[in-house]
Design a protein around this ligand. Structure first.
Ligand SMILES: *[C@@H]1O[C@H](CO)[C@@H](O)[C@H](O)[C@H]1NC(C)=O
Length: 403
């Protein structure tokens, strides 16, 4: 076998062409990436939020966003116009003297805005679509860590699935409009994960990305961003906030909402913490610590556990109005409870929100709405129990109260 006489020359020619091409490409790329604005334009134009073309530029972008974030807070600190009045003391009176945050009853005027929700929006990523022809009855917002791809997949296949949610619907019943959306932040140090997330988001259209670093201490920002999007672009009648390690009994939720809709306009329910559970942890070594700068009082107002709590739209709107006056602190569920307390909304304690995944039996799912600590492998069998419950447990009727 011989390559013939022309081989070295041809190789050389190929090599030169390749070199020339590489140099040209490299020059183009560097010219292009020299200007941050160009890249931002390009990112915005191509709607590719997470495709990192150049690490340096990306870091610069992140820094700019960080500054925008800080600017949002500073701007608002200077702003004096926005004012809000709320009756305070109402909830404390009704809830007894559980909260030491007793303020004199009467009207309190909020004047100094300290936080702007707009800084959480990510202008570079597509948002899931939400509005439809008819009103959305229930929006389920699921906080999820970017790496939890398997959990999201399992949820989409079980309780988050359209068919599963409607499985208790009787023939002839009107189907309810409902939706599950996952909340995620930024993971700037992991471009390959971001690439996968982009694909996952495109395929499922159920992921909302916000402009904050995805971390446990930023959970409050994650939930606030989800709530803001829900209010502005979704307008559900009810919103349920949960985590991706929970099981949600969607058929029961929809049945309860359709047949036993909470009559109160300001509805806030979940597994409510009281007593010693409301003490603020000050030890900086704890995952849940909160400094005095972040939350002055040594105790929280009663609040529903973050495993799952439901808010009616009027309650959601009032709570969000209060955000700009109460700087977010890292314990998300306690922060929402604090806001609710400020606007006089009392959480309803419900046994239907279980903090533990025991050996719940089929008939328990005529009552349970949320179960925490559910391993992925238990999701399908639990979903089957939910499907079976109305057929197997004829003796026990679904009772119509939320507690
Ligand atoms: C939270 O997100 C903001 C905005 O991206 C960032 O500046 C901050 O460092 C994050 N905090 C934590 C604790 O991750």
């Amino acid at each position: 076998m011989s390559y013939g006489k022309g081989f070295p020359a041809r190789m050389m020619r190929h090599f030169l062409v390749l070199m020339l091409f590489s140099v040209a490409t490299f020059t183009l790329i560097s010219l292009h990436t020299n200007s941050v604005n160009d890249v931002q334009q390009d990112l915005a134009g191509n709607r590719q939020p997470y495709l990192v073309k150049n690490k340096g530029i990306y870091e610069q972008q992140m820094q700019e966003r960080g500054e925008r974030f800080a600017r949002g807070i500073k701007l608002l600190q200077a702003e004096e116009e926005s004012q809000l009045e709320y009756q305070v003391g109402r909830s404390l009176k009704k809830a007894g003297s559980r909260s030491p945050e007793s303020k004199p009853e009467g009207t309190r005027r909020y004047t100094d805005a300290v936080f702007d929700l707009d800084v959480l929006d990510d202008p570079f990523s597509d948002k899931p679509s939400c509005r439809g022809n008819s009103e959305l009855l229930l929006l389920i917002l699921v906080t999820s860590a970017p790496g939890n791809v398997d959990r999201r997949k399992a949820i989409r296949a079980t309780w988050g699935n359209k068919k599963a949610g409607d499985s208790w619907r009787k023939y002839g019943d009107k189907p309810a409009r409902w939706k599950t959306v996952f909340l995620l932040g930024k993971t700037p140090e992991n471009p390959s994960l971001n690439f996968l997330l982009e694909k996952e988001a495109r395929e499922n259209e159920d992921m909302l990305f916000g402009d904050y670093i995805d971390s446990y201490r930023n959970l409050t920002l994650k939930v606030l961003h989800g709530f803001k999007w829900a209010r502005d672009e979704c307008e559900p009648e009810f919103v349920l906030k949960t985590d991706d390690d929970c099981f949600i009994n969607t058929p029961l939720f929809l049945k309860m909402l359709q047949e036993h809709r909470p009559y109160k306009t300001d509805f806030y329910t979940g597994s409510v913490f009281e007593g010693h559970k409301l003490a603020v942890i000050r030890d900086p070594r704890s995952k849940w610590h909160v400094s005095e700068d972040e939350h002055l009082s040594d105790s929280y107002a009663p609040y529903a556990s973050g495993i799952g709590y439901m808010l009616s739209r009027p309650a959601l709107e009032k709570i969000l109005d209060m955000v700009k006056f109460v700087p977010p602190f890292p314990i998300e569920d306690a922060y929402i409870g604090t806001l609710a307390n400020e606007v006089g909304i009392i959480p309803l304690d419900s046994g239907r929100f279980s903090l533990h995944h025991g050996m719940w039996r089929t008939c328990n799912y005529l009552y349970l709405l949320v179960v925490h600590h559910m391993p992925i492998e238990d999701l399908p069998v639990t979903m089957q129990k939910v499907r079976d419950a109305p057929l197997q447990c004829r003796g026990s009727a679904v009772h119509g109260t939320w507690d």
